[in-house]
Design a protein around this ligand. Structure first.
Ligand SMILES: NC(=O)C1=CN([C@@H]2O[C@H](COP(=O)(O)OP(=O)(O)OC[C@H]3O[C@@H](n4cnc5c(N)ncnc54)[C@H](OP(=O)(O)O)[C@@H]3O)[C@@H](O)[C@H]2O)C=CC1
Ligand SMILES: Nc1nc(=O)c2c([nH]1)NC[C@@H]1CN(c3ccc(C(=O)N[C@@H](CCC(=O)O)C(=O)O)cc3)C=[N+]21
Length: 367
């Protein structure tokens, strides 16, 4: 972990708009969901389709949201992934209950973890807990770092043939001696809730085809844009990173929704120049604070996927997590931004639960 620690971007002031719920927890951000009242918010340079914000029944302050959005002091709306993810988990939980009551079907997710990386163990633990919370049964296999590829393939095959399992996730990264491609190819596409099987990714890339599953992290990014009524069609988007699990599928998804997409990677010259032209920036490069405020077009929407540890002696863990984007700088320039933590991360898990539910319904032919 220590080698991955980088210094934070220098900035003293925080400028986020945090809105308050009428009831409940004091920490609440701009209300992300659609509602009954339709208002248009004149966000700086941000195109918001028929923007709809909170209904009072959910306890969010409509007037606070709109007045905050209308102030001209260059403060970004905080896209609260944690709150959106909570709503999605609640929706999944009620649908899981319906499947159980009406059809006696309980969705099942199998997770295979190879090795003992602390971060992977934490992710798997969180996924398991989230499954329990919504009523999805989780099955877990933990294999030692030095097990063989065949052993992993054997477990996948058992889960492929187990009717109580509707989703299979092989936690990445795998140990170096394993062939990731062989392993991901072997997950049945009907149970490929991560969307990493090349047949699913291939369908995502092809016009006129629909994948059975869309990878969870980019799907979560798109869901955040949709729920905030952020116009994608005709906009310029920059995706920083081209990995199979985040950057590449994120770029495909934006393109499918008619954005004009540029992918920035480690060999791109003048990334700042490219990013500065973008109305929507999705960053997934894994470099703390790479994207400075000066890289952003005023009013851009920033989705920060990066999860990077930076040294922080004041934190109990000795480090804290930051994104790829220098948050304090970006929120003065952007019109909307996801925080880290509490942005895309919780959405990834919510999408995994949602994909598992969809899979169970599809396998059992339930509408
Ligand atoms: N929030 C969430 O749910 C998730 C967060 N993550 C986080 O997102 C980040 C990216 O993850 P992942 O895609 O798996 O990472 P990878 O390491 O697989 O990919 C990183 C990508 O970033 C590119 N890159 C590296 N350096 C630069 C640079 N200086 N400028 C521009 N591009 C660069 C690489 O380019 P090249 O191809 O040329 O090497 C590569 O395409 C990490 O911080 C990870 O922890 C990941 C998954 C889920
Ligand atoms: N087969 C596979 N599928 C994945 O989806 C997958 C994977 N392998 N390998 C690793 C990455 C990473 N990833 C994250 C999921 C949730 C958070 C998350 O919930 N983060 C919290 C913070 C958590 C904390 O505080 O430690 C947040 O951003 O708020 C982060 C990262 C999924 N990945």
């Amino acid at each position: 972990m220590a080698s991955g620690l980088l210094s934070d971007c220098a900035s003293s002031s925080s400028c986020s708009i945090r809105l308050h719920q009428f009831k409940g927890k004091s920490r609440a951000f701009a209300r992300p969901f659609g509602c009954n009242g339709s208002i248009s918010l004149p966000l700086r340079n941000l195109s918001v389709k028929n923007c709809t914000f909170a209904s009072n029944s959910t306890g969010w302050s409509l007037s606070a949201v709109s007045s905050a959005a209308m102030t001209d002091n260059a403060s970004a709306i905080i896209i609260d992934g944690k709150a959106v993810a909570k709503q999605i988990r609640e929706e999944v939980a009620s649908e899981v209950a319906r499947l159980k009551d009406a059809f006696g079907i309980i969705p099942g997710l199998a997770v295979i973890l190879v090795g003992s990386r602390k971060d992977s163990q934490t992710y798997v633990r969180n996924k398991k807990k989230s499954c329990e919370d919504v009523g999805i049964t989780s099955y877990e296999v933990n294999l030692p770092e030095y097990c063989t590829e065949e052993e992993v393939l054997k477990h996948i095959s058992v889960f492929n043939n187990d009717p109580s399992v509707h989703g299979i996730l092989v936690q990445l990264p795998l140990p170096r001696h394993m062939n990731e491609q062989n392993i991901l190819n072997s997950v049945s596409i009907e149970k490929d809730v991560d969307g990493f099987n090349p047949l699913n990714i291939g369908c995502l890339a092809l016009q006129g085809r629909e994948p059975l599953f869309v990878p969870c992290t980019p799907k979560g990014c798109m869901d955040l844009l949709h729920r905030h009524n952020i116009e994608i069609k005709g906009k310029r988007a920059a995706v920083i990173g081209r990995s199979n699990i985040v950057g590449m599928p994120a770029a495909l998804l934006l393109q499918r929704e008619n954005a004009t997409v540029t992918v920035v990677h480690s060999r791109t010259s003048n990334p700042e120049e490219i990013v500065r032209q973008a109305d929507i920036v999705i960053s997934a490069c894994g470099i703390a604070n790479l994207v400075r405020g000066s890289w952003l077009k005023p009013g851009a929407v920033v989705i920060d996927v990066g999860i990077n540890p930076v040294e922080d002696p004041e934190s109990p863990r000795g480090y804290r997590l930051v994104g790829d984007v220098c948050y304090e700088e970006a929120c003065k320039i952007a019109s909307a931004i996801t925080p880290v933590p509490g942005g895309v991360g919780p959405m990834t898990i919510a999408m995994l639960l949602s994909n598992t539910l969809t899979s169970a319904k599809r396998i059992h032919n339930i509408k």
